[in-house]
Design a protein around this ligand. Sequence first.
Ligand SMILES: [Zn+2]
Ligand SMILES: [Zn+2]
Length: 153
Amino acid sequence: MSAKFTGRCECGAITYEFNNAPDFVADCYCKDCQRSSGGVMASYFSVAEDDFKLLSGNPRPYAYVADSGNTLERNFCPDCGARVFTNKLSGFPGTVFVMLGSLDDPETVRPPITEIFTARRISWTKPLDVPQHWARPDVDEGIARQHMPGGCG
Ligand SMILES: [Zn+2]
Ligand SMILES: [Zn+2]
C-alpha cells in the first residue's frame, strides 16, 4: 500500500513518503531558513522519524548549530541543491522537519498553525492569522527583544 503523503526534491533524485497527517506546520522567518531556502521564510512541518521513509536519493547533510545551541542536520539534494528536510535535532529527538514546498501536493497538509522567528520578518510580508512568535515559541519570553535571534532548531 502506498503512503498517504509523498514528496521529492526539485530534480527528483530524492523521494520520500509518510503516512500520518502532520499536526505541527510552521512558517519560519529565521535567518538560517532565509539563507538556506533562498526565500523570505521557510514553511515546514514535523513528521515522526519512524514514519518518514526515504525512498530514493542520497541527501547531503549539512550540520548546523542553532541559536539555541541545539545541533541539527539540514539535508539537501547533492544534485539539484534543494533543501528537503532537517533531522538529528538535539532539541527535537525522533522528529524530522520536512520542507512544505517539497510535497507533491502541499494542499494535503494543514496550513501553518504558527509563525516563528518573526523578529526576522521582512517588512513587506503580511502575518498569517495564527500565533506569532518573536523566536522559538518555547523560549520566546526568555529572549530579550534587543537580541536578534539567529537560526531555528
Ligand atoms: Zn534533487
Ligand atoms: Zn528557521
